[in-house]
Design a protein around this ligand. Sequence first.
Ligand code: PLP
Length: 392
Amino acid sequence: MNSSATASGVQLPVYLDNHATTPVDPRVLQAMLPFLSNKFGNAASHSHQFGWDAEAAVNLARKNIATLIGASLSEIVITSGATESDNLAILGVAEANRNKGNHIITAATEHKAVLDSCRHLETLGFRITRLPVGSDGRIDLEQLRTAMSPDTILVSIMAANNEIGVIQPLEEIGELCRERDVLFHSDAVQALARMPFDVNKLNIDLASLTAHKCYGPKGCGALYVRNGVKVAPLIHGGGHEHGLRSGTLNVPGIVGFGAACEIALRELPEESCRIAGLRNRLLKRLQDELDELSVNGSMEHRLPGNLNLCFHQVDGETLMTAIKQVAVSSGSACSSDKVEPSHVLKGIGLSDEDAGSSIRFGVGRFNTEAEIEFAGACVIEAVKKLRELSTV
Ligand code: PLP
């Protein structure tokens, strides 16, 4: 990538797409490097030092992942990322609990990894309820209560949305599920290391996690499975991960994931305040200088770094081209190869046109005040210019 710097020393382009992925923290990279060179052992080799070193490193990482979410070591199943974790949670619970019922409840604004897993189950005869959300992006607890029936086996509601950053009422959902003896799965990818997330406080039975959204490497994730919860494996082989996910462990990736969680454990409270401050500064600057601007989803129940804005009467794709030095996203990064209005923005009631005029900003650990000022100035200039052009 060609990079340059502004007069005020801002390195270009400015990365403000931290919901799509995050850069690897240099401390995470340092922790990983030995496991990409001389410490190359297979964590399942029990007969020599190479294997013992790898196993010890995996155990330490597993402990750090577990501690960040209030779980125990035995409850962390390592996967290749959250797409696999979501599939394992939903398909695995469905298969293992079919004798109890065939109904699953989810929300219309979930990630495709959840929605498509549920759609697949429909083809196998399961009944799926997709709850709508309000204009704030949150589900209605009364609708959830009404949707539950004696054959409901699982509720899958994400912790925080990847597009609008809206946090669901997790504690209340968890209580309701516990009352009705229904398993509660939450895709916690965007919440991990960005807000407090404790599986016991929230009564969560399964949670999908991934390393690359919290300054760890890509291709490594985990599924939290509460002790005693029945899940059928998707991948069969050597019986790794208590038989739930066979395959040689990605030791460098797991070590990186663990290091990322350990850093988050120490730095989360201070970091989330700092990031929220930067996000609020960007919003204020844009609101001060632009009209016809609205925030998509609840501002109150929102991740600290997220901003999803509709620049009315401006085409989002054109705007992104005009601000090439600022990396943002016009919809969910995971489905960005499809040019369709975002199902999340449609889900909160936006028209196709307003969804197409929306941009997602994701502020993260390595963003600075100078970068936020630069990004704000770029967006303001581009929006004003595009609006002027559309009126001539
Ligand atoms: N769930 C959510 C909410 C996400 O944001 C993403 C990635 O964008 C995923 C699942 C998929 O995660 P992974 O990239 O680890 O497969």
